[in-house]
Write a protein that binds this ligand. Structure first.
Ligand SMILES: CC(C)(COP(=O)(O)OP(=O)(O)OC[C@H]1O[C@@H](n2cnc3c(N)ncnc32)[C@H](O)[C@@H]1OP(=O)(O)O)[C@@H](O)C(=O)NCCC(=O)NCCS
Length: 173
């Protein structure tokens, strides 16, 4: 994994040492309007980041890619994440502090992660699962070229009622 630079952001490979600063970012209640909940404690988050820093699942079948998003010169403002299987399929997720929504920064970060995964990690298929009412997330995915998956794929991926499954196939030249 390497550091990624975009026009306005730096994506740093996430390590346990980011936990202190990320605890404040991830304590923003607006992030959890549709799903999940804030980290219960700093210790919990440090342990989670330590586990993710291994960069793969215990059975070795999945690669874990996590980058924290830094808005230079200093502040951490969120993260992007991908779980990649041995067939080049990536399940992605992303979170941005609500103070920074509406500026196109999430799009810039997620696009940069996708380019990195495609160019250097043999990813050719991307997917994301989101709550139906999470319109910000849906708009972001649509702007990035994602579309709703087929009914067969919904069954295959055991999508829960109230969730959307969106995907994007990368066309190689
Ligand atoms: C999902 C999430 C990352 C989207 O953040 P966002 O800031 O809305 O996303 P984008 O980067 O695509 O920004 C789009 C907005 O920036 C505006 N914008 C401003 N400048 C822009 C630019 N140069 N390029 C693109 N969009 C720009 C767009 O018009 C759009 O505004 P709108 O919200 O009024 O439609 C954010 O809402 C979030 O962290 N949510 C909580 C966690 C979550 O739900 N994660 C997803 C789970 S699947």
């Amino acid at each position: 994994m390497q550091l990624i630079q975009t026009d306005s952001l730096t994506l740093e490979p996430q390590v346990a040492a980011h936990a202190d600063e990320m605890f404040a970012v991830l304590s923003d209640p607006a992030i959890y309007e549709y799903e999940n909940s804030p980290p219960p404690s700093l210790e919990w988050l440090r342990e989670r980041f330590t586990k993710l820093e291994t960069r793969h699942s215990p059975d070795g079948r999945e690669q874990w890619f996590d980058w924290v998003i830094r808005l230079p010169p200093s502040e951490l403002i969120g993260y992007v994440q991908a779980t990649v299987d041995s067939n080049g399929k990536a399940a992605i997720a992303y979170v941005l502090s609500s103070r920074y929504w509406g500026r196109g920064l999430a799009r810039q970060a997620v696009q940069a992660m996708i380019s990195e995964l495609v160019d250097y990690h043999d990813v050719h298929s991307l997917s994301a699962v989101l709550r139906r009412e999470n319109f910000r997330s849906m708009r972001l995915l649509e702007r990035l070229g994602f579309s709703l998956a087929s009914p067969e794929q919904y069954l295959q991926h055991r999508v829960e009622p109230g969730e959307l499954f969106m995907q994007c196939e990368i066309q190689r030249p």
